[in-house]
Design a protein around this ligand. Structure first.
Ligand code: G3H
Ligand code: 13P
Ligand code: ZN
Length: 328
């Protein structure tokens, strides 16, 4: 069944678990996630970015969402817009059947300029005012994602702030979080505490200086009933880096967010954990492996099936680690 983010995260808060939000762009990823949710009897969040919507087409995405709930009627699925950049993007997602949207006003609509307080509150409130009329949930974001190691915003994949940010901008201020939630009425709040999108988050295993989990604890103390969201939460496992590099890839050594840090977050109000990069790497590793071991192969199913299986395995692992398993 399709459910809203609010319904799912309220249940998660009552039962002390977290819910991974996995990104999709195509049928293979949608089926891989659902196979994992089914195998672990877990509810799940499937999210699509603006990039996914232009890659796959809204109508295709809508029918894929309908398809997965028809194939797996017993699995609660929240269909969420990842990083809506302006109210219009959120509204068209709702029209396309999403049950939850993110209005990311931490950056302006260009996806690069940090949004100031009035801008962020303004666009977020516009979306909650409209979405809540239709029973749709809204995630907002306060604080800009980026590296506490370098003091830089994101530069890797064409979205995110490019250049230096102050420490203050990179860490969500707990008192501002209280005000932001009161003014915008968001159902879930994404916060910044040192993670960034993509594979290259940290140049070493992160400690408290570069992954500021204490910020989550402070925010949770002030906002005990707010559902917190961790973006950039791929763990970038060494074995996935190794498979890619063993079969012709050239990924420099990198570190992601350790699962135990996410588990610590879940003890302090983190309910939604965004993961895309790990799944991209799981699929790509298998595709590289099959194509290099069988260079004569040209049937896409021969490499997409193992790619889906690797993604299912990763999703199952996270559903178990976040205690989502068994909650469907
Ligand atoms: O926001 C980050 C997600 O991984 C989505 O990435 O914008 O390339 O689809 P994307
Ligand atoms: P990763 O790049 O760490 O998977 O983060 C995904 C994300 O935050 C999507 O919104
Ligand atoms: Zn994100």
């Amino acid at each position: 069944a399709r459910i809203t983010l609010r319904q799912l995260l309220d249940h998660a808060a009552e039962n002390d678990y977290g819910v991974p939000a996995f990104n999709i762009n195509n049928m293979e990823q949608a089926l891989a996630i659902m196979a994992a949710a089914d195998a672990t009897d877990a509810p799940v969040i499937i999210q699509a970015s603006r990039g996914a919507r232009s890659y796959a087409n809204d109508i295709m995405l809508k029918h894929m969402m309908d398809a997965v709930t028809e194939i797996y009627p017993h699995i609660p699925v929240c269909v969420h817009l990842d990083h809506g950049n302006e109210p219009a993007t959120c509204m068209t997602a709702i029209q396309a059947g999403f049950t939850s949207v993110m209005m990311d006003g931490s950056l302006k609509a260009d996806g690069k300029t940090p949004g100031d307080w009035d801008y962020n509150v303004g666009v977020t409130k516009t979306v909650t005012d409209m979405a809540h009329l239709g029973g749709i949930s809204v995630e907002g974001e306060l604080g800009v994602l980026g590296s506490l190691e370098s003091g830089e915003g994101e530069k890797e994949d064409g979205h995110g702030f490019e250049g230096k940010l102050s420490h203050d901008q990179l860490l969500t201020n707990p008192d501002e979080a209280v005000k932001f939630v009161a003014e915008t009425k968001v159902d879930a709040l994404a916060i910044a505490m040192g993670t960034s999108h993509g594979a290259y988050k940290f140049t070493r295993k992160p400690d408290g200086a570069i992954l500021a989990m204490h910020v989550i604890e402070e925010i949770h103390k002030k906002l005990p009933n707010m559902h917190l969201v961790m973006h950039g939460s791929s763990s970038v496992p060494q074995d996935l880096q190794d498979v890619i590099n063993q079969y012709g890839g050239k990924m420099p050594q990198t570190w992601g967010v350790p699962v135990e840090e996410i588990q610590r977050g879940i003890k302090h109000g983190v309910r939604k954990i965004n993961i895309d990069t790990d799944n991209r790497m799981a699929m790509t590793g298998q595709i590289r492996k099959i194509l290099s071991e069988h260079p004569g192969e040209f049937d896409p199913r021969k490499y997409l099936k193992p790619a889906m299986e690797a993604m299912t395995a990763l999703c199952k692992k996270r559903l178990e680690e976040f205690n989502t398993a068994g909650q469907a």
